[in-house]
Design a protein around this ligand. Structure first.
Ligand SMILES: NC(=O)c1ccc[n+]([C@@H]2O[C@H](COP(=O)([O-])OP(=O)(O)OC[C@H]3O[C@@H](n4cnc5c(N)ncnc54)[C@H](OP(=O)(O)O)[C@@H]3O)[C@@H](O)[C@H]2O)c1
Length: 279
């Protein structure tokens, strides 16, 4: 951490109750740094869909962690992120760390508006999160013993949200990360069947992977109440990122932190111990 970190003002953590933001906010608080959680349940509330909430959230803020919801790759995301980044620059924010996604055209546009906003930036372009199995849309499948997902036999270098948070905090608080694009993956390629097998081993019971079509998966999401404004773009995004384009390892964690990323097996062991996957 640099000497003047404490003079930088509050860090606004957007998505600060989510998978990565919660971890970023926790680390910053642990370092004794002032943090404001930016989300609809934050104080003051922050809503991407309500620009009137942006200025109060940006008051006295020196740095922003930007995890956009629902997804930096969705249609329109780059427009909203660009508008917010301009407001952040006007408000005196000096550092912006964007969470982006690998292999997503829309996310590339969101990266570009952040690069162009005039504030010192770092981009963390992440692989598929391991925590999607424990804190998001795949957790019920694990609990129920069948993870149905339209990934066929494609390999993915699952990345741990703990590593993403470490990289983000380094970029928010340290020197040498300005203008860096960190493409962050785990240390190993795994198929979804392989990842689910690691989870089954860790929980000590049968959990299987069921490859389904994108149409079947989308219909199941809709059946559980997901609105078409979400299922449409999400299906398009999955079609892109699950076509094999992301089946390679990147060195973002090592470049940012000087250490190797956490392996999926370690994530599975630690997560099983929390009981979140208990049937
Ligand atoms: N999942 C992956 O595998 C993956 C991979 C690469 C990149 N990403 C990127 O990760 C980002 C999401 O980050 P995450 O997974 O850490 O978050 P998350 O777990 O999806 O949580 C969403 C966060 O955003 C907040 N939120 C939801 N709707 C909001 C709104 N209208 N206005 C303001 N805040 C809102 C939520 O809090 P409230 O409900 O309190 O508002 C919560 O803090 C996306 O942009 C995506 O592109 C994800």
């Amino acid at each position: 951490m640099t000497q003047n970190t404490r003079e930088r003002g509050t860090t606004l953590v957007l998505g600060g109750t989510g998978k990565t933001g919660r971890r970023v906010a926790g680390r910053l608080t642990g370092l004794g740094l002032p943090v404001r959680v930016g989300s609809r349940s934050g104080e003051p509330p922050f809503d991407w869909q309500d620009e009137a909430t942006w200025a109060p959230a940006l008051e006295d803020v020196g740095a922003v962690y930007l995890a956009y919801a629902p997804d930096a790759g969705f249609p329109g995301a780059s427009d909203t992120i660009g508008a917010f980044a301009a407001r952040a620059a006007e408000a005196g924010v000096r550092r912006l760390v964007l969470l982006s996604g690998r292999g997503e055209e829309g996310a590339r546009r969101s990266e570009q508006v952040v690069r162009d906003c005039g504030v010192e930036w770092t981009i963390v372009r992440a692989a598929f999160f391991s925590q999607n199995f424990s804190e998001d849309f795949l957790v019920e499948g694990v609990r129920g013993g069948v993870v149905a997902f339209p990934a066929g036999g494609v390999a993915e270098p699952f990345v741990d949200a703990e590593d993403i948070a470490d990289v983000a905090v380094a970029a928010l608080t340290g020197d040498g990360h300005a203008g860096e694009l960190y493409e962050v993956t785990g240390p190993r390629l795994l198929t979804f069947a392989g990842a689910v097998a690691e989870i089954a081993r860790a929980v000590g019971r049968e959990v299987g992977y069921l490859p389904v079509s994108l149409e079947e998966f989308t219909a199941a999401m809709a059946g559980q109440g997901a609105p078409p404004e979400f299922t449409g773009p999400f299906s398009d995004l999955l079609a892109d990122i699950l076509d094999g384009r992301n089946a390679s390892l990147c060195d973002g964690v090592r470049r940012a932190l000087g250490r190797e990323p956490r392996d999926f097996a370690e994530y599975a062991r630690a997560t099983a111990a929390t009981g979140v996957w208990d049937a």
